[in-house]
Design a protein. Structure first.
Length: 139
């Protein structure tokens, strides 16, 4: 089984956040293999391009070589569409990349690792297994 890291979990991993690292270790111990949707890779890479940080780019590129990246396919698009419609019905206006990552996890039968409480609640309602990371206050 897979553990789809959303972009918030990927960023935490890159920053060495202890709670995120501990959660990933625990979930790997339960047989879940960390993976990334190509959408999370896109979102992280676009952030690096914006900041132009060579150190962050090198760290991200190394991480992208270590974690399998799965494509966002038609099944993922269908599930993401269902999730986004559900969020709209609930009066929320979700960002497309987050919904696409969750849709990918749904289509693949993965567990989603995220810090996004709203996305977690709605995705859970559609049957997605979600592990919600604690929100870390950053200075």
């Amino acid at each position: 089984m897979g553990l789809t890291l959303d972009t918030s979990a990927l960023i935490d991993l890159l920053r060495g956040d202890r709670r995120t690292l501990a959660a990933i270790d625990r979930l790997e111990g339960e047989g879940l293999t960390p993976v990334l949707s190509s959408v999370a890779a896109f979102e992280a890479l676009s952030g690096i391009e914006f900041t132009r940080s060579l150190a962050e780019r090198a760290m991200l590129e190394l991480t992208l070589k270590q974690i399998p990246i799965e494509p966002f396919d038609l099944d993922s698009a269908r599930r993401a569409g269902q999730l986004r419609a559900e969020l709209f019905r609930a009066g929320k206006s979700p960002g497309a990349p987050d919904v696409m990552i969750a849709g990918h996890a749904l289509a693949q039968g993965h567990t989603l690792l995220t810090r996004d409480k709203g996305l977690a609640a709605s995705a859970s309602a559609l049957g997605l297994s979600v592990v919600l990371l604690e929100t870390v206050q950053r200075a």
